[in-house]
Structures are given as structure tokens and as C-alpha cells.
Design a protein around this ligand. Structure first.
Ligand SMILES: NC(=O)c1ccc[n+]([C@@H]2O[C@H](COP(=O)([O-])OP(=O)(O)OC[C@H]3O[C@@H](n4cnc5c(N)ncnc54)[C@H](O)[C@@H]3O)[C@@H](O)[C@H]2O)c1
Length: 600
């Protein structure tokens, strides 16, 4: 087999040289803007002067099979897309991209390239450090039981990298600390995401589903937009929790590899300072009390690929991690192993960073992280305002309690969202005795019209039910809850599953939820909703969204109980949701008061 011909792009790509060469690849060209670095990189890689280039376009024409990108962050995605579209494999430094648009373009190019056997790999070398590989292997063997919580911290004072010697700003000034949020989180997030999905291959698709980000304020070097310390809370689609701390500004010794892992049967804590040791605790070894043991005492569990690769890796950067990254990349290009950190992970971890910037700007609001498929079909425009007065969901036949005026022109409905798997798993599937849930039939149209008119106030007839629900192209299923009484069947609740890909790509949309007012409080609207959610999840939706109005308090209470959370999309949302929660609390208080009075 001919050796893989690789081009190194940017000075940092030189870190991959030992691993590339050890895996049998040939570095055939280098590209670097700065002449001194270009010469040094070319000499180190043994590249002849005519293949030491300063234009990336020329490198792409140099007859290569692959590129390794070590350029500044904002160039990774465009350079990767150009290479993938040109039929090359790509190894890219972190982070994968600096905008959702870049994520989308990269995702599209990487998925298209994968169909022709081309590889995109994120060079997240912290996933390859000895400790992190060993912890991952111990997770895989079940030593920690079910793992459900992890922490990662990147505390690295790089203030001296924000300006060139002439005082001009570097790319880090703009892309790392020039924006607020967790802009450089994959060194922390990458390893812990691998741990949390290592135990069961079925968990692999797990991803960061929503994040909340808060900062400490600007104190040490306040010229930057980034707050000194930024905390990112990540909820995975499976419900597991991750906490990331990023600090590139505070005055302190570096600690870029702090990690914690918690499982049902054990825990891990990395060393935080010189002189400390990485340590584990396993419930199975409790004799003599709950004691930590050195992680290194389990070194025999290191996988063979790591132990065999260690002698040549020993002198390479980041404790040998750069070597293993490059070696795995070459092996994946040759289809000898699967890609270890592919486009799904790269985009998810990067998208979590990008959403963190939105969250911190909104005071730490939990915000959904779009999946790769969502990004691919997204227009990446702000949500459209509500187009018709009653579009979306209502529930029950409650008397409207107007909290704000959602009908005002241009005011969008409130949006709620949750991972579909969480909703489906948490929901109570059984309906009360005497009731049943089934898909709606054409013959149900007149009864559905009566039910929807009762809940939403007129405007429904059998024709509209057929047009808007039963025969609508975007409604994938309508469910009804029926009550059997004296040989006849009565429709008492309904909910539909809809697709709205232009506004909620990749998500199911809970549509037109209604319940018979006479049955209020029986959980029938929730039962119909759950049927639609389960249907949507079975159809591949990762998230479920719905839209509702500020005044539909019983409906909002039902959705909250099902597991939906507010999604803040419009600047007016925080105040509107605060009013909704105040009104719900006031409603609970008056109910309790009425019950107390009734007991007198
Ligand atoms: N994984 C890790 O542990 C790790 C460590 C350091 C840096 N990085 C990443 O590596 C990248 C580079 O970081 P750095 O510290 O080396 O930055 P740097 O500023 O020191 O070096 C960037 C180099 O890229 C060159 N360059 C810029 N545009 C180019 C282009 N179009 N074509 C070719 N070369 C170009 C510049 O001349 C410069 O030499 C960043 O994305 C950073 O996040 C990762």
C-alpha cells in the first residue's frame, strides 16, 4: 500500500510529525506563513524547499492524500472544508469551528467526504493522555458502575499570548478571550464525554443537549470580553451532567488537566497540583474504609494500543498524546480503525462552546445545543414570529389567565423544549382505567373538531381537522385519548406530532394539545402528549419542542411536569417566563389557601 502523503499546515501541525511518520505516512509538503517557521517545519519533516509553501491553495494542489491543520482557530473549518471537498482526509486542531455557520459547512463537507471513504478527525489530544485513556478503559470495564457526572477544568494563564511583541492583538485575543463564554472547552469536555459514553457502545450517540454558562466577572485583565473564570454546565441527552471550568486569565499556576468522574460504583479525581497523585475509589475495595488509591496502580488496564505505542510516543508533545492522535488518524485513513473523534463529536463539543456564549450573554439561561443534523437543515436565522393567533399548543379548556399579551404583533409564542428520550422515559404511559390511547382515524374528524373548539374556542370543523391535522403533510401523527362508556367511545384528549424543520430542525413538534374541560386534572392531555412524543422519538427526533402562550398556565404546568423546559429565544422571553412562573406560584398558593379554608 502506498504511504499516505500528508501536508502540515501551520506551525502547531509539526506536533503530529512523530505519530504520522511512525504510522507509515510521509509528510510531502508544509504550509506556513511565517518564513522562519516554514523553513524549520520543512526541515524537521524532511520536505524539499519547493514543497515548503506559504499559500494553502498551493498545498491543496500538491498531490496530497491528507492535511493536518495547526492554524489559528478560525481557519480550521474553512481549511478543512476546502481539503475535504478536494478529496483529502483532514486532521484538525481544536476547536473545530468558531461559528454555527462554520459547523454546518464543516458537517456537510465531512459527511459527504465520509461517503467516499475520507476521514475528518478532531485532534483533541487530551483524549489521548495516559490518565484519560486509563480512566476511559476502567469505565469501559465497568469499574465505576454507571457513570453520571464529570468535571473538567482548563486553568491555563495565557495572557502573554494575547499580543504580539509589537502590541498588536493575536488571533487568541479575538477568538479565545475576545468573546465571553467557554470558547476553548474541548480539552476538558472531550475526555469526559468519552468517559460518559465509554461503558456502553449504545451510549455513543449521547451528546451535550443543553448548556448553561456563567462567569466570575472581569478582574485580572479586563480589556478582554471573556470573564476570568467561566463555568459551563452541560446536560447530556441521556440526562447526565458535566461541569467545565475555563480560565485563561487568572494569576495562578497552570492546571489544564483537572478532571473528576463519578459513577455508582466508584469515583476518579485527577491530581490538581504538583506532588499530588491521580486517584480512584472503587466500592468493591472498601476494606479499611473509603480510601483513594493511586490511579497508576491500575496501569495494567491500559489498552494494548497504548502500551505498545508508548516507547515511540514517549518524547512527543503533551505527554505523548500528540503522537497517538496522529497515529490513530493515519490508521483511520487506512480504514484500519474507526475514527476516534469524528465529525459528530467535533460539532457537538464545538456547538456547546458556541451556545455557551449565548447562554452567558443571557445570564446563564439553559439553552439547547443544536445537533449536527439540526445544523445541517437550519437556516440559522432567528425564530419567525407567530403567524396565526392559535398556532401551537393549548391544553384543557381552562379560562385564559392573561399574563402578557402574546397576541401583540411580532411577539413570538413561548417555546419549550426537552430531549425526546428524557420525556419518553419519564412519562407515565398508563392512562386511567376506562381510557385508551390510539391514533386518530378519519372518522374522528367531527369529534376532534368539537374537542379542539372546546379547548381553543371555535374555528374548528371536520374539514379543518382533516386539512390541518389528519391530512396535513407536516403532521406525522395525531393521537386521541378515548373513554369507553355504555358501549360507545368518546374522544377526551388529543395531541399531534408535527415536523417544522425550518424552525426546529431535527426536533419533533408537539402540536394542538387539547383535553375535555370536564376531565380537567385527569392527566389526559399529558397522556396524548406522551403518545406524540414517543412517536416522534421513534421517528428519530432527538428533541421535542412546543409553542404555547403566556396565558395558558394549566398547559404550561402540564408541559413542565412532563419535563419540558423554557427555551429562551426572544429578548422578551426572560421577563415573560418570570411572569408565567410567578402566576403559576400564585395559582398554587391560592389553591392551597382554598383547601385550607375548606378544611375549617
Ligand atoms: N491541542 C493542543 O494541545 C494545542 C496546543 C496549542 C495550540 N493548539 C491549537 O493549535 C492552533 C494553533 O495554535 P498556536 O498556539 O500554534 O498558534 P500560533 O499563533 O503560535 O501559530 C499559528 C501559526 O499558523 C500560521 N498560519 C496562520 N495562517 C496560516 C495559513 N493560512 N496557512 C498556513 N499557516 C498559517 C501562523 O503563521 C502561525 O505560525 C490553534 O487552533 C490552537 O487552538 C492546540
Amino acid at each position: 500500500m502506498a504511504a499516505l502523503r500528508v501536508g502540515l499546515v501551520g506551525w502547531r501541525a509539526g506536533a503530529f510529525l512523530p505519530g504520522l511518520v511512525a504510522a507509515g505516512a510521509v509528510v510531502a509538503a508544509v504550509c506556513e506563513l511565517e518564513p522562519g517557521r516554514r523553513r524549520a517545519l520543512g526541515e524537521a519533516a524532511g520536505v524539499p524547499p519547493n514543497h515548503r509553501l506559504d499559500r494553502y491553495e498551493d498545498l491543496l494542489d500538491a498531490g496530497l492524500d491528507a492535511v493536518a491543520l495547526g492554524t489559528p482557530m478560525h481557519l480550521h473549518a474553512p481549511q478543512a472544508v476546502a481539503a475535504l471537498d478536494g478529496g483529502l482526509h483532514v486532521l484538525s486542531e481544536v476547536t473545530a469551528a468558531v461559528s454555527f455557520g462554520q459547523c454546518r459547512d464543516l458537517g456537510r463537507a465531512a459527511l459527504a467526504a465520509a461517503r467516499t471513504g475520507r476521514v475528518y478527525m478532531l485532534a483533541e489530544n487530551y483524549c489521548y493522555s495516559r490518565q484519560n485513556v486509563l480512566v476511559r478503559e476502567l469505565v469501559r470495564r465497568g469499574a465505576f458502575g454507571t457513570v453520571y457526572y464529570a468535571e473538567g477544568e482548563y486553568l491555563h494563564d495565557v495572557k502573554d499570548m494575547h499580543h504580539n511583541t509589537d502590541g498588536s492583538p493575536t488571533w487568541r485575543h479575538h477568538w479565545q478571550v475576545g468573546r465571553n463564554g467557554c470558547t476553548y472547552g474541548t480539552h476538558s469536555l472531550g475526555p469526559v464525554m468519552q468517559w460518559l459514553t465509554a461503558a456502553d457502545p449504545a451510549d455513543r450517540p449521547d451528546r451535550v443537549a443543553r448548556v448553561s454558562c456563567l462567569g466570575s466577572g472581569r478582574h485580572t485583565d479586563p480589556e478582554h470580553a471573556m470573564e476570568d473564570t467561566v463555568i459551563l454546565c452541560c446536560q447530556l441527552a441521556s440526562g447526565r451532567l458535566v461541569r467545565i471550568r475555563l480560565d485563561m486569565l487568572s494569576n495562578r499556576p497552570d492546571a489544564p488537566t483537572n478532571y473528576t468522574l463519578q459513577g455508582t460504583a466508584g469515583a476518579y479525581e485527577s491530581a490538581r497540583a504538583a506532588g499530588e497523585t491521580d486517584r480512584v475509589f472503587f466500592c468493591t475495595e472498601q476494606e479499611g474504609g473509603r480510601r483513594w488509591r493511586p490511579l497508576e496502580s491500575y496501569a495494567s488496564a491500559l489498552p494494548a494500543w497504548y502500551r505498545d505505542g508508548w516507547p515511540p510516543a514517549a518524547g512527543s508533545g503533551h505527554g505523548g498524546a500528540d503522537f497517538f492522535v496522529a497515529r490513530d488518524f493515519v490508521r483511520a485513513c487506512r480504514a484500519e480503525i474507526p475514527v476516534s473523534i469524528g465529525i459528530e463529536d467535533a460539532v457537538n463539543w464545538t456547538a456547546a462552546e458556541l451556545v455557551s456564549q449565548e447562554s452567558i450573554a443571557r445570564g446563564g439561561m439553559p439553552l439547547a445545543v443544536p445537533s449536527l443534523s439540526a445544523l445541517l437543515s437550519a437556516k440559522l436565522t432567528p425564530p419567525a414570529p407567530r403567524s396565526e393567533p392559535h398556532a401551537g399548543c393549548g391544553a384543557g379548556g381552562e379560562r385564559p389567565v392573561v399574563v402578557s399579551d402574546p397576541g401583540a404583533p411580532g411577539v413570538p409564542q413561548l417555546v419549550m423544549r426537552a430531549p425526546a428520550a428524557l420525556l419518553a422515559a419519564a412519562g407515565v404511559r398508563d392512562v386511567p382505567p376506562g381510557f385508551a390511547v390510539r391514533q386518530a382515524l378519519d372518522a374522528d374528524a367531527p369529534d376532534l373538531a368539537r374537542l379542539l373548539s372546546g379547548a381553543f374556542g371555535g374555528g374548528w370543523d371536520a374539514d379543518r381537522v382533516r386539512r390541518d391535522l389528519l391530512e396535513a403533510g407536516d403532521v406525522t401523527a395525531t393521537f386521541v385519548v378515548t373513554m369507553r362508556a355504555e358501549g360507545s367511545e368518546r374522544l377526551v384528549a388529543t395531541a399531534s406530532d408535527r415536523e417544522v424543520p425550518d424552525r426546529f430542525p431535527g426536533a419533533g413538534y408537539l402540536h394542538w394539545v387539547a383535553a375535555d374541560p370536564a376531565m380537567a386534572g385527569s392527566g389526559l392531555g399529558a397522556a396524548a402528549s406522551l403518545a406524540a412524543i414517543v412517536h416522534s422519538q421513534a421517528g428519530g427526533a432527538r428533541d421535542m419542542v412546543l409553542e404555547t402562550d403566556d396565558h395558558r398556565l394549566p398547559a404550561v404546568a402540564t408541559y413542565l411536569a412532563l419535563g419540558f423546559a423554557p427555551e429562551y429565544r426572544d429578548p422578551s422571553d426572560p421577563a415573560r417566563w418570570a411572569a408565567v412562573f410567578r402566576a403559576l406560584a400564585a395559582g398554587r398558593r391560592s389553591t392551597r389557601t382554598a383547601a385550607a379554608v375548606a378544611r375549617l
